[in-house]
Design a binder for this molecule. Structure first.
Ligand code: NIG
Ligand code: FE
Length: 415
């Protein structure tokens, strides 16, 4: 069945080509005023300006957008959406003055989440994760990456990845899976890092590969977590199974993670709160995408990633939610886009490009989602009546999404 969406006030991010945007190209966001889209079997088959619309393709169903804006859905390329329990007790500790590293050193943080996840059955974990996935889809997310990393044992990492696999099977949006066994050292390996690295390389990775449970490899490269050399070893082992690196680097310290990630030909380097001039220069010279997670910096009261410097230097940047119970307990990409404009001085056009087309590239989903392009999925955000595109990030506290469409179908409450 063909579906015509007519009277779109502004059709945002229309592109004939699929290019990763870097530097000043991020500020160009092609839009059509007063436009239409035709959808067939869940994909975009035609779009254009209303005054050019002809009846050539017959549409069995017509949706009148009544002047609202239509955008490609957000692409969230970095989440930890599978977890057993929230961690608001640590949130209160932080209010009282403890920092992220203090809490981690007390056996809290990631290890706290790992204990809770170990105790939970796969089915229960799946139900919780599915609920979160449906919640973010209603907030406009139309493609997502999800990491393991709260298991930290062979069985529990596999359990998490199997949950992600089941999400892939039932989800209406594309889901990518990342193995993050190197998220933190479990307490019993605190003084024997070598043994845990061996467990990852010799036991976790072969089993994950056997069941084909991951698309990417991630390592939390940070002082007190995994060193640059440890990151390299884990990535090199994973790459033998075809997993490309997408890495946590430069959140708390700059310890050489950017350089090493580039040498590993990483798809993305994520966080980037702490970047030296040298790190920025190196990133600008390569295709590795810099993914910024502003809600994590906000929640942890850290400095934000230097978005302006990264873009002005010519980097390819994207935005993601980092949805996780410890540093970003929410996956609302609308908030991420607003915060990027308000706190990181990204232009609305830059933030929208970074959260759609570039974020699609950061999950290798650029042929399916991320822009209004013939052949891509009709995963679309329909806004309420808004006066301009800049109003979206500006009115940060308002819910400006009227409806979300996935594969050409509106998402309902019962989705
Ligand atoms: O991306 N930085 C490492 N991992 C997560 C936080 C994990 C947690 O605290 O549970 C992050 O912020
Ligand atoms: Fe993260």
């Amino acid at each position: 069945m063909n579906v015509l969406i007519k009277n779109i006030g502004l059709l945002v991010n229309v592109r004939d080509d699929n290019k990763l945007l870097r530097g000043y190209a991020l500020s160009s966001l092609p839009c059509l005023v007063n436009a239409y889209i035709i959808i067939k079997e869940g994909s975009i088959v035609e779009y254009g300006e209303m005054n050019e619309y002809t009846n050539e393709i017959k549409s069995e169903k017509v949706i009148d957008a009544n002047g609202c804006f239509v955008l490609p859905c957000w692409c969230d390329s970095h989440t930890h959406l599978v977890f057993a329990a929230s961690r608001e007790e640590e949130f209160v500790y932080k209010i009282k003055g403890l920092n992220y590293a203090d809490i981690a050193a007390k056996g809290g943080g990631i290890l706290n989440s790992a204990n809770k996840l170990n105790a939970m059955q796969e089915d229960a974990l799946f139900e919780l994760a599915l609920k979160r996935l449906n919640e973010v889809i209603k907030l406009g997310t139309g493609a997502i990456e999800i990491k393991s990393g709260y298991g930290l044992t062979v069985e529990s990492e596999l359990k998490m990845l199997r949950v992600i696999q089941r999400l892939k099977e039932v989800a209406t949006i594309p889901v990518k899976a990342t193995f993050l066994g190197a998220h933190a050292y479990p307490l019993q390996f605190k003084n024997d890092h070598e043994a845990y690295i061996k467990l990852i390389i010799d036991e976790m990775l072969p089993n994950i590969a056997k069941e084909n449970l991951a698309d990417y490899i991630d390592v939390f490269c940070e002082q007190g977590f995994f060193s640059v050399d440890e990151m390299k070893r884990v990535c090199e082992a994973a790459m033998k199974y075809g997993l490309k690196p997408k890495l946590h680097v430069n959140q708390l310290n700059s310890i050489g993670g950017i350089k090493a990630a580039i040498e590993l030909n990483a798809l993305s380097v994520d966080h980037l709160e702490t970047m030296t001039e040298n790190d920025i220069e190196q990133l600008a010279a390569f295709n590795t995408i810099g993914t910024m997670l502003p809600t994590a910096a906000y929640f942890l009261r850290m400095q934000y990633p230097p978005a302006r410097k990264l873009i002005d230097a010519g980097c390819a940047v994207s935005l993601a939610s980092d949805f996780n119970p410890g540093s970003s307990p929410g996956g609302n990409m609308n908030t991420v886009v607003s915060m990027s404009c308000i706190q990181m001085r990204m232009l609305p056009e830059e933030a929208i490009n970074a959260a759609t087309i570039n974020a699609a590239f950061a999950m290798e989903l650029q042929n399916e989602v991320g822009s209004i392009t013939v052949g891509k999925k009709a995963n679309l955000i329909f806004t309420k009546q808004i006066p301009s595109l800049a109003y979206l990030p500006y009115a940060f506290g308002s819910n400006l999404i009227d409806k979300v469409m996935i594969n050409g179908e509106f998402v309902t409450e019962y989705y």
